[in-house]
Structures are given as C-alpha cells and as structure tokens.
Write a protein that binds this ligand. Structure first.
Ligand code: ZN
Length: 93
C-alpha cells in the first residue's frame, strides 16, 4: 500500500480562506497572509466587526502571529525548507 501525503512548503502559502461564524454570510473569503496584520489589527472580523480575539491589540492575536511566523520562515528560506504535511486520512489509525 502506498502512502499518500500532501506536502507543501511553508513559503508557498500566500493566502488563507477565512469564514467568520458570526457573519450572516456562509461564504469564506480568500485573504493574503501578508495583509493579516492589517485586516485583523484589532482582532475583529473584517466583514462584520465581531470581536474574534479578546485581546487582539496586546500580542495575543493569532492572525498577527500567523502572518509574522510565515514571514519569519520565508525570510529564512535560504537556510532551510519547512514543509507542512496533510496525511492521508484513510491511513490514520
Ligand atoms: Zn464576521
């Protein structure tokens, strides 16, 4: 049996799909990672302004952390590569 994995370089990730559960719309929006710091600056949904993160401005905002982590790894891309792996769920026992 062959193992099937989906792997991709962290540096290849440029966009995320975001869906706010407070928004009336069921639609997810496609957002650039390098703009997450501005889009979620105050920890609010950029569409409906629901407060998503309790203390968005005090360093606990995961949208800012994601953006900063991706940028930090991309800045180190000449030293190493880092891949994210999605395992085949049928083999996950
Ligand atoms: Zn929303």
């Amino acid at each position: 049996m062959s193992e099937q994995l989906l792997r991709f370089l962290l540096s290849e990730i440029k966009r995320i799909r975001f869906r706010c559960l407070a928004c009336k719309s069921e639609a997810a929006i496609d957002l650039p990672i390098d703009k997450l710091d501005r889009l979620f600056k105050d920890g609010e949904c950029p569409l409906c302004r629901e407060q998503l993160v309790d203390d968005g401005a005090a360093g606990k905002n995961p949208f800012l952390a994601l953006r900063n982590a991706c940028k930090a790894f991309q800045d180190l891309a000449d030293k190493f590569t880092l891949e994210l792996i999605l395992p085949d769920t049928e083999d996950a026992d």
